[in-house]
Design a protein around this ligand. Structure first.
Ligand SMILES: Nc1ncnc2c1ncn2[C@@H]1O[C@H](COP(=O)(O)OP(=O)(O)OP(=O)(O)O)[C@@H](O)[C@H]1O
Ligand SMILES: [Mg+2]
Length: 252
């Protein structure tokens, strides 16, 4: 696929500098300690998976990165710069885009209108047209349904739209929260194929998944979250063979 001419060049970082780095990040909801000191790195060009059971803190981690939740302590750096205290729209402008859990599209707006809303930072017609073209190449089904209302799309199509909308901001780092949730296995494959294509076009990806099998098969590295802490991390193909992971997340 093309997702060509990214308007946002992959940042030139000193060798070995992560694109995203979380250091001892803690997030509380009132008295609930949801993240108890998370450290993780995502390097340019990687697909990194964040896996773990319900309530482990996966969504909380993505929301903290996207500036939607305050940190109790710790730091988040993007391209070497601290992110703490920046508003979500500044983070989008800096190149961080989140496709949230549960698809969160606008049901009464058309597919095209939903996509256009994702591009609110660059409203010039040419970039908008080209980016929509890129998204519809990635997800031809969306291209066939541009005038259809978002709420009438199938669950899988809504997920494509949520990812497409996040791509409309032309991110450097794409955060995906459970792209496989509630979707038939065949469509899950298609969505992960699209994720690989997005990565091949130069977008770095941090993907949260409960579908451990496909997450490990489709990523370079992975972190396993357990009740707000990183329990394990490593190369995905190594983790996929780990007996503990197999017992806990891959059905034995
Ligand atoms: N707004 C909130 N107020 C209070 N507690 C919250 C809030 N949001 C999340 N939590 C709690 O924080 C913990 C982590 O939640 P989070 O949504 O990050 O989990 P998750 O790993 O994404 O789970 P799932 O796989 O079910 O989506 C859970 O115990 C959850 O109940
Ligand atoms: Mg979640």
């Amino acid at each position: 696929m093309r997702v060509a001419h990214p308007t946002r060049a992959v940042p030139k970082l000193a060798e070995g500098t992560p694109l995203l780095a979380l250091d001892d990040v803690r997030v509380n909801y009132g008295g609930i300690k949801a993240l108890k000191g998370i450290s993780l790195q995502v390097f340019p060009g990687e697909i990194v998976a964040l896996i773990g059971a319900n309530g482990a803190g996966k969504t909380t981690t993505l929301k903290a990165i996207a500036g939607l939740l305050p940190l109790a302590s710790g730091s988040i750096r993007f391209c070497g710069e601290p992110l703490v205290g920046k508003a979500t729209e500044d983070l989008v402008a800096a190149g961080i885009s989140l496709a949230p859990e549960g698809r969160a599209i606008f049901p009464n707006l058309t597919v095209r209108e939903n996509l256009e809303l994702g591009a609110y930072l660059h409203r010039d017609a040419k970039t908008m047209r080209e980016t929509i073209e890129d998204v519809t190449k990635l997800f031809p089904r969306l291209g066939e349904r541009m005038t259809q209302e978002g709420g009438t799309l199938s669950g899988g199509e809504q997920q494509m739209l949520a990812i497409g909308r996040a791509l409309m901001a032309r991110p450097t780092l794409l955060l995906l929260d459970e792209p496989s949730l509630g979707i038939a296995p065949k469509l899950v494959q298609q969505i992960f194929e699209a994720i690989k294509q997005i990565a091949a076009s130069g977008v770095t990806i941090l993907v949260v998944e409960q579908n451990t099998r496909i997450a490990l098969a489709s990523s370079h590295r992975a972190y396993v979250l357990r009740t707000g802490e990183i329990a394990l991390s490593g190369e995905s193909k190594v983790l996929a063979k780990d007996p503990e992971i197999q017992a806990a997340y891959l059905g034995g």
